[in-house]
Design a protein around this ligand. Structure first.
Ligand code: TGC
Ligand code: FAD
Length: 392
């Protein structure tokens, strides 16, 4: 990839709304991405290889459990800092942000919120420092948008539970040391189960042939009569609301992350358009390219404002799930549209790995689908404003 010359757009001086700590955390993440992600990420994506070298780096910038209390190894930061870290990481690559999202919001969060003190002390510090990598198993082959229908199950055997079933499309699965898995008990109630690599009957085959998130490892989780010690069940919340609560946190991070991908595409297109000469003048001097660039910065600025407000509400404990859905849906679509437009600004160069745009575009096709599809988030808004459920 060409040298990383990224300069972050801040059209409405939103930096003035951030504290010194927010800026410090954001700048550390930005620096790390420039130094340790940009030089290797294109090749990792081309080779479809998860760059394991990023794991310790993510831990070092506080990206594993940014808002988890320090007593459990987390960074003890607020929601705005968490969002800013996700923005910077996804500026580098959505797959790297995925690794951080899953570890923080889908593995550490449920252990912190729904686990007991023993489970918190056993797993959280090792997840925070990158010694353990985690994954989150909710989706099944026949239950994607409708996870409540899951068939993965646990059976009480007296001294232990027996876990059977399969999860699909699981980020980090092939490298995960621990998996937070959602399964129905004999009463049909959804429970959180901590499954550890090495347990007999537990396998994690990798999913190949992806054109998207190629630098993130995706796989299945297969459970064939896995014996689960009773102390591995998350005791403090059950029902579908438990995994959906984790998704709120991850979707919030994605709303910020998508802005990062959009900023990178915009910044690349702007620089290219000013340098590329056609018909004896920079293409940036043409009305058509200016329209594209002006619309991009307008949409990025609107998304930044939406997300900043959402961060403020999250810090006050007032953000609703539906507000998070709106931001995830809006910002990912915004980023995807900007990636497509920015790709055109670069002409043929836009399809190459010399620039990050095509990789962002392909990645965002996953981001618009996972953590609730674009359609599902629209239906969540529809339900919220009408009180009428249109899913079923
Ligand atoms: P419904 O009857 O509406 O709700 C069941 C219970 O859950 C509660 N609830 C929530 N709780 C917390 N947060 C939320 N966002 C919640 N949404 C609903 C609800 O109050 C209820 O509680 P209770 O106590 O009454 O039982 O459930 P439903 O079956 O009708 O489904 C609703 C729907 C469609 C919105 C939900 O199933 C959904 O969000 N589907 C999308 C599935 C999804 O997002 N999967 C993501 C899998 S993980 C992933 O993609 C990781 S990618 C990671 C990466 O690489 O970054
Ligand atoms: P489906 O639910 O089959 O949907 C197919 C289409 O139908 C979509 O367009 C959808 O919007 C539409 N649709 C569905 N229901 C309705 C409805 N009621 N009304 C109108 N339209 C509807 N899952 C995890 O648990 N953990 C992970 O770590 C994880 N990582 C992932 C990583 C990647 C790269 C990808 C691509 C997915 C990942 N997922 C993960 C799975 C992801 O959450 C699901 O793909 C997503 O929830 C959608 O499920 P589905 O693919 O089965 O699509």
């Amino acid at each position: 990839m060409a040298q990383d010359l990224f300069e972050a757009p801040d059209y409405y001086q939103l930096d003035e709304l951030l504290t010194d700590e927010h800026k410090l955390v954001r700048d550390a993440a930005r620096e790390w991405v420039k130094r340790d992600v940009s030089p290797i990420i294109e090749q990792a994506a081309q080779d479809a290889k998860f760059p394991t070298s990023i794991v310790k780096g993510l831990a070092s910038i506080g990206a594993f459990g940014p808002y988890i209390p320090e007593e459990y190894g987390g960074a003890g930061l607020d929601q705005m800092s968490y969002g800013l870290i996700m923005q910077e990481i996804e500026r580098g690559d959505s797959g790297v942000r995925s690794t951080a999202s899953v570890q923080s919001s889908l593995v550490m969060y449920p252990i912190w919120k729904y686990g007991n003190e023993e489970q918190r002390k056993k797993y959280l510090p090792k997840l925070a420092n990158g010694e353990y990598l985690g994954c989150f198993g909710l989706t099944e082959p026949d239950f994607g948008s409708n996870p409540g229908g899951m068939v993965t199950n646990i059976k009480d055997m007296g001294d232990y539970y027996l876990l059977n079933g399969a999860k699909m499309w699981i980020s980090n699965a092939p490298f995960a040391d621990v998996a937070v898995v959602w399964a129905k008990n004999e009463e049909g109630r959804i429970k959180g189960v901590i499954v550890e690599r090495g347990m007999e009957g537990f396998t994690t085959p990798e999913t190949h042939n992806k054109w998207s998130l190629r630098a993130s490892a995706t796989g299945e989780l297969i459970f064939d009569n896995v014996k689960i010690p009773k102390e591995n069940i998350l005791p403090n919340k059950d029902g579908l609301g438990a995994p959906l609560g984790c998704l709120d946190s991850a979707r919030y991070g994605i709303a910020w992350g998508a802005i990062g991908a959009a900023m990178d595409c915009y910044d690349t297109a702007l620089r290219y358009a000013k340098q590329r000469i056609q018909f004896d003048k920079p293409i940036a001097a043409t009305q058509l390219q200016q329209k594209k660039l002006a619309e991009m910065i307008t949409e990025i600025t609107k998304a930044q404002l939406l997300t900043w407000r959402l961060g403020t509400l999250r810090n006050e404990g007032r953000a609703t799930s539906a507000q998070i859905s709106m931001a995830k849906r809006n910002n990912v679509e915004m980023a995807l549209k900007i990636a497509r437009e920015a790709r055109q600004v670069l002409g043929a160069m836009g399809i190459t790995g010399e620039y990050s745009i095509m990789r962002h575009m392909m990645n965002l096709e996953s981001v618009v689908t996972y953590e609730g599809t674009h359609d599902i988030h629209l239906l969540i808004t529809g339900f919220d404003i009408t009180g009428l459920q249109a899913f079923k």
